[in-house]
Design a protein around this ligand. Structure first.
Ligand code: CAA
Length: 261
């Protein structure tokens, strides 16, 4: 692949968007490669993904403005669908995805981070939806996910004003879960990924589904989704082992890794 670097490190993997000369902006080729790299994730062994950008300046500076500049109405809609499809795939990807936002996360970059389960960022990160300043709406899910993450009022203010916000403000409004010095960002994401990977993988996946699917329906339906996924865990070997380990009073024992079964 030309624009995506994929590295598996034991039980987690790192997807790096690498188009540094354009601050990792998303053109069609990058979006297609992002889709393709998800096919390559070995879900038998990889239990958490990290998405980040190459370099120390930018996570993703948005959709590619050059590519969008001459689109027709139909082409604009198709380009929006291309981004939405891959971001939705990431959002619904069976394992947790952490965005390690290492700099600019503007437009499609902010939208990419919001399609991940968890966002942490570097101190130099900048978030924003600057689209109305370019004569367009956010087009890769920004009007929907930002409002769900930070509330409609704050999302509308950010989107209508096209004002960028710095890391500390993103933290204050709940857009990111933590802010780190640049050199500590990836290690922090890797530590989090390794921590997630230690837990029972089927239970973690079921949690992701329960939270995501539950947010799209009313509470009664949401609790039924949870009950079914909770029940599903009792068919797994990891539940049998995890509970038997807890109940075993032999204090010398060492917990074995979960088997993903
Ligand atoms: N698309 C295409 N190229 C981009 C880009 C983008 N979104 N962002 C940056 N680049 C390119 C620049 O054109 C420049 O290329 P050249 O060296 O060939 O001139 C290179 O990356 C470096 O950028 P700058 O020289 O501008 O760097 P800077 O440090 O002065 O500024 C910046 C950084 C503030 C992020 C600025 O580049 C910028 O404002 N970028 C655009 C941000 C933006 O508006 N993003 C939203 C795009 S619309 C969108 O994403 C729609 C959607 O929802 C799907």
């Amino acid at each position: 692949m030309e624009y995506i670097v994929y590295e598996q490190k034991g039980e987690y993997a790192i997807v790096t968007i690498s188009r540094e000369k354009a601050l990792n902006a998303l053109n069609s080729a990058v979006l297609e490669e992002l889709d393709k790299v998800l096919d390559e994730v070995d879900l038998e062994t990889v239990r958490c993904l990290i998405v980040t950008g190459a370099g120390q300046k930018s996570f993703v500076a948005g959709a590619d403005i050059g590519e969008m500049s001459n689109l027709s109405k139909a082409e604009g809609e198709a380009f929006g669908k291309k981004g939405n499809d891959v971001f939705r795939r990431l959002e619904k990807f069976p394992i947790p995805v952490i965005a390690a936002v290492n700099g600019f996360a503007l437009g499609g970059g902010c939208e990419l981070s919001m399609s991940c389960d968890i966002r942490i960022c570097s101190e130099n990160a900048v978030f924003g939806q600057p689209e109305v300043g370019l004569g367009i709406t956010p087009g890769f899910g920004g009007t929907q996910r930002l409002a769900r993450l930070v509330g409609a009022g704050m999302a509308k203010q950010m989107i209508y004003t096209a004002r960028n916000i710095k890391a500390e403000e993103a933290y204050r409004i709940g857009l990111v879960n933590g802010v780190y010095p640049q050199e500590e960002l990836l290690p922090a994401a890797e530590k989090m990924a390794a921590g997630i990977a230690k837990n029972a993988p089927i239970a973690v996946r079921n949690c992701k589904r329960a939270i995501n699917e539950g947010l799209d329906v009313d509470m009664d339906e949401a609790l039924i989704i949870e009950e079914k996924l909770f029940g599903n865990c009792f068919e797994t070997e990891d539940q049998k082992y995890g509970m038997a380990f807890f109940l075993d009073k032999n204090k010398e024992k060492v917990k074995a890794p979960f088997q993903n079964k």
